[in-house]
Design a protein around this ligand. Structure first.
Ligand SMILES: NC(=O)c1ccc[n+]([C@@H]2O[C@H](COP(=O)([O-])OP(=O)(O)OC[C@H]3O[C@@H](n4cnc5c(N)ncnc54)[C@H](OP(=O)(O)O)[C@@H]3O)[C@@H](O)[C@H]2O)c1
Length: 162
């Protein structure tokens, strides 16, 4: 199962100057809960921003220029190579879950492969330079919607329906 997971402001912003422009513990906890024990794929810029492989997950960084390796850390030269490595790892380790964790370049290329999209809607407009790509609402159906923090956040899950 290929999942996308992202936190997105009302105006579509996901990042600003290499960083996520908000710091919301409830969303970090949600991300950790949903992705723990699975494979996470991220672009090189996102990985370098985090600075270390996410614990309790197999991390694949997509880069055409750099190479990262270590315990639970692997580099792939394209998203397709990353997905191939992720599937092999997942099969060997008894997990079915692969998560595309950003940033914009990975989300844009990954939408066509996604079975499910986890979006945390962040209340408010943010200044930024990276955005979540538009996806077709006739291809993905909203299956869950959970408001948090007095409506400041909403955890949404979309399933591919077409
Ligand atoms: N709100 C959220 O949920 C969320 C989540 C994650 C990230 N973000 C934000 O998103 C922003 C980063 O997004 P971004 O689009 O600039 O960067 P990104 O997707 O994180 O990384 C882009 C890099 O990934 C590599 N890459 C991507 N596709 C590739 C391909 N097909 N083949 C080879 N390499 C490929 C390239 O690395 P090389 O240049 O090394 O070749 C490219 O420069 C940051 O501000 C971050 O904080 C937000």
């Amino acid at each position: 199962m290929i999942n996308i997971i992202a936190a997105v402001a009302e105006n579509g912003v996901i990042g600003s100057d290499g960083k996520i422009p908000w710091d919301i513990p409830e969303d970090k906890a949600y991300f950790k809960k949903i992705t723990s024990g699975s494979v996470v794929i991220m672009g090189r810029r996102t990985f370098e921003e985090i600075g270390f492989p996410l614990p309790n997950r197999y991390n694949i960084v997509v880069s055409g220029k750099k190479s990262f390796c270590g315990k639970n850390l692997h580099t792939a030269s394209s998203l397709e190579n990353a997905l191939e490595s992720a599937r092999a790892y997942a099969q060997k380790n008894g997990t079915d879950e692969i998560f595309l964790c950003g940033g914009e370049k990975i989300y844009s290329q990954g939408l066509k492969y996604a079975n499910r999209i986890y979006i945390t809607e962040i209340n408010g407009q943010y200044k930024g330079d990276t955005f979540f790509p538009k996806f077709r609402k006739d291809e993905f159906c909203l299956s869950e919607r959970t408001y948090m923090c007095d409506g400041k956040l909403c955890f949404c899950v979309y399933e591919r329906c077409f």
